[in-house]
Design a protein around this ligand. Structure first.
Ligand code: APR
Length: 165
């Protein structure tokens, strides 16, 4: 099964699970986190409140509430500090733990945003390579794996990297 790249608003994707690029509080924020909470409605924040936060690189799951997606997998990517604080490993862990949590919940279709590449300033190309490496490892375990990009630059980047595989 091929990894798909879609330029879209992740909150509109009709998949089993969308992944949220959250922060360790899990209490919402800006970027894709803010968009997901706005679209899911206030029940999402209520469900997140009882999760007691999330460590960087870890993942937790809630229902999707008003989203078309049945589930939201909240993961926390690393803030970029120049690559001297295990950022690459932590970003990989965020994807890997999200996939693991999806498997344990019987999720077959999943969409990821470009985790850590916005507010957290992780370099886009290195982040995309890490994302694709993780997606390749789970390709045969899901019916759909979508890299959901939000702008033309990321679309071209993912298409280029996938074409090089
Ligand atoms: N759909 C898909 N992708 C989106 C959407 C959307 N609706 N909105 C933003 N994005 C993209 C951004 O363009 C970027 O490529 O999500 C990617 C991740 O950017 P951020 O949302 O800034 O996430 P991140 O860099 O991981 O920073 C997380 O930002 O919003 C806060 O609470 C969040 O503190 C946490 C931090």
């Amino acid at each position: 099964m091929a990894i798909e790249v879609l330029q879209a608003d992740i909150t509109r994707l009709d998949v089993d699970a969308i992944v949220n690029a959250a922060n360790t509080s899990l209490l919402g924020g800006g970027g894709v986190d803010g968009a997901i909470h706005r679209a899911a409605g206030p029940q999402l924040l209520a469900a997140c409140r009882v999760l007691n936060g999330c460590e960087t690189g870890e993942a937790k799951i809630t229902p999707g509430f008003n989203l078309p997606a049945r589930w939201v997998i909240h993961t926390v990517g690393p803030v970029w500090h120049g690559g001297v604080r295990q950022e690459a490993q932590l970003l990989f862990n965020a994807y890997d733990n999200s996939f693991q949590l999806a498997l344990t919940n019987g999720i077959k279709s999943i969409a990821f945003p470009c985790i850590s590449t916005g507010v957290y300033r992780f370099p886009k190309t290195e982040a995309a390579r890490i994302a694709i490496k993780a997606m390749q490892q789970y390709q045969d375990k899901f019916s759909r794996i979508i890299a959901c990009v939000f702008n033309g630059e990321d679309l071209a980047l993912y298409q280029k990297l996938l074409a090089e595989l």
